[in-house]
Write a protein that binds this ligand. Structure first.
Ligand code: HEM
Length: 135
């Protein structure tokens, strides 16, 4: 299964698969709980699912509008007080969620593809931490 097929599978579910990611992330990274106080996790899961479309596209090419979106998103995460150190743990939990959900369809190649795509998106989001990126 390719990264594109994995994403298509995720998007074919009306209830976002990624909702389970937040349960895993908040259990594994208890210091993140306070950051999500008052946040609607169902809405959040939908937003992150949509952001994964961006993550996959960003891994395929350097599209200026996607780069700008990720800069704005990074800038907002900095404003929300999200420490940079949480990004690798977020990535790890996301990959664990995807691996669990795909089950037998998961492979080392797919894991590498998601890891590389997340690294690329995180790098661009963290550039957003360095400056002011209004919409
Ligand atoms: C590649 C990494 C990440 C992506 C793609 C991502 C994506 C998103 C998106 C799309 C939103 C919704 C933005 C909006 O409502 O306008 C969001 C919000 C949020 N993210 Fe992330 N995120 C990432 C990493 C993180 C990390 C590491 C944390 C650590 C705790 C985090 C915590 C939050 C919180 C707390 C909000 C909600 C803020 C609020 O509504 O008050 N995110 N994220």
């Amino acid at each position: 299964m390719t990264l594109k097929e994995s994403l298509a599978d995720l998007l074919s579910q009306k209830e976002p698969v990624i909702r389970a990611f937040y349960d895993r992330f908040l259990a594994d990274v208890p210091e993140a709980v306070v950051l999500f106080e008052g946040v609607d996790l169902k809405r959040q899961a939908l937003m992150l699912t949509m952001a994964l479309i961006v993550v996959e596209a960003h891994s395929r090419g350097d599209f200026p509008s996607i780069r700008h979106y990720l800069h704005v998103l990074g800038d907002r995460h900095r404003e929300w007080g999200i420490p940079r150190e949480l990004f690798p743990r977020f990535r790890k939990c996301l990959i664990a969620t995807l691996s669990h959900w795909h089950g037998a369809d998961w492979s080392e190649d797919l894991e590498d593809a998601w890891a590389a795509a997340m690294d690329c998106a995180i790098q661009t989001m963290l550039e957003g931490y360095e400056g002011d990126f209004p919409f």
